[in-house]
Design a protein around this ligand. Structure first.
Ligand code: AMP
Length: 394
């Protein structure tokens, strides 16, 4: 069912309750280390203010587990928002109750207030109906712009949406859904998936789903080792999940039945350990020594993966190709980031490490779309419905 967007709704003088994902990293002293999530929320906030809404901003921060943790207060976010918007952003130290209702009801058109961390209340993550009703009391219109939490059925993402009649997606949420749908539901072919990261076990459902939609899937990172072992190769001391070998074989069979080409590394960078002092060498995957660890893809693999990337019309990437946090083992991931950026494909990158990798490679501007969702992006890749999105359907 179609979801309304904020632009489809009348906001003037309405109390517009907006759920954002202001879950920003903080240093120990309450300073924001990376304000990307705040910046990505600005278009929706500006739009609502321009339309004369009375804006209520809501978010979670961290995992306070239902208790008030001053170090997880959203107060620094209000300060940062005020700076970015050049407008005063009020802050109130709770998110429900008579005092909050009074502040919200006294907002004038074009004014806004940020509520305190919604997860200071344990009811939030239980999607408790009474707490949802308390949140809904603050809203004439409900807007969800928090794609990053769309995979969670919580009061501020689902419960409230079921109670407020006038509701829709914020500009970022719309943008996320449009770009992910473009890459998944209606992609230009050939579609190439690049999947890396540590473990097969974390990405079984993603792999099983994307194999049915993509022409080629390139597998790198630690998870490739389990696939190599499933082929009967020795992977030495590399990260491997022995209990996933059966699943890896099953995934290979699904790929073949779906006529999806599954590419594994041909060569890898090995070392005796992950630290930066370890001596490295390039090894063919059938020659990994018993005391060696495969920690990055090798040059032949990068070359082969790059050729697929160059031919792609659509690319979806999640997960690094190696231990890219270490200087010795980041080349594969950096080269793949540059190849994706240089391609003419419509490219979507999601997940914390992959996003960090494209930023580190200095190519983020050349990626067609960088998703703000970690868990939500993965669940989208798994083909699951996102409760926060479903709840916006009228
Ligand atoms: P994920 O969260 O599953 O995407 O995994 C990301 C992590 O996988 C990063 O911290 C990488 O260091 C790690 N990783 C990537 N390749 C390897 C590898 N060959 N061996 C061990 N860890 C790896």
């Amino acid at each position: 069912m179609a979801i309304k967007g904020i632009a489809d709704l009348d906001l003037f003088n309405k109390r517009v309750f907006c759920r954002f994902d202001f879950n920003v990293p903080l240093d120990g002293n309450g300073a924001i280390k990376d304000d990307t999530r705040i910046v990505r929320a600005l278009p929706t906030i500006r739009y609502a203010i321009e339309k004369g809404a009375r804006v209520i901003l809501c978010s979670h921060l961290g995992r306070p587990k239902g208790t008030v943790k001053p170090e997880l207060s959203l107060k620094p976010v209000a300060t940062r928002l005020s700076e970015l918007l050049g407008q005063d952003v009020g802050f109130i130290n709770d998110c429900v109750g008579p005092k909050v209702l009074l502040v919200v009801n006294n907002l004038h058109s074009g004014e806004m207030v940020l509520l305190e961390n919604v997860r200071f209340h344990s009811e939030e993550t239980k999607n408790d109906p009474k707490f949802s009703a308390q949140l809904a009391e603050l809203a004439d219109v409900y807007i969800n712009d928090a794609f990053g939490t769309a995979h969670r059925a919580h009061c501020s993402t689902v419960g409230i949406a079921e109670l407020v009649k006038t509701k829709g997606a914020g500009l970022l949420m719309k943008e996320e859904l449009e770009n992910l749908e473009k890459a998944f539901d209606n992609p230009r072919h050939p579609v190439v998936g690049i999947i890396g990261g540590a473990k097969v076990s974390d990405k079984i459902s993603v792999l099983k789903n994307i194999l049915t939609k993509m022409n080629t899937v390139l597998i790198g990172g630690g998870m490739a080792n389990t696939f190599l072992k499933a082929r009967g190769l020795e992977v030495g001391n590399s990260l491997v999940e022995n209990d996933m070998i059966g699943i890896a074989k099953e995934i290979v069979e699904i790929a073949s039945a779906q006529k999806c080409e599954l590419c594994l590394p041909k060569d890898v960078i090995v070392a005796s350990g992950m630290d930066n002092d370890a001596k490295t060498k390039v090894t063919s995957v059938d020659k990994i020594g018993l005391d060696e660890m495969a920690l990055d893809i090798g040059p032949d693999t990068t070359h082969e993966f790059t050729q697929h990337i160059q031919k792609a019309a659509t690319i979806v990437w999640n997960g690094p190709m190696g231990v890219f946090e270490q200087t010795h083992f980041k080349k594969g991931t950096m080269d793949i980031a540059r190849a994706v950026a240089a391609s003419n494909a419509f490219s979507v990158v999601g997940g914390g490490d992959s996003v960090r990798a494209v930023i580190q490679a200095g190519v983020s501007e050349k990626i067609s779309y960088i998703s703000t969702g970690g868990g939500a992006f993965m669940e989208f890749l798994e083909g699951k419905e996102l409760p926060g999105v479903v709840a916006l359907e009228s």
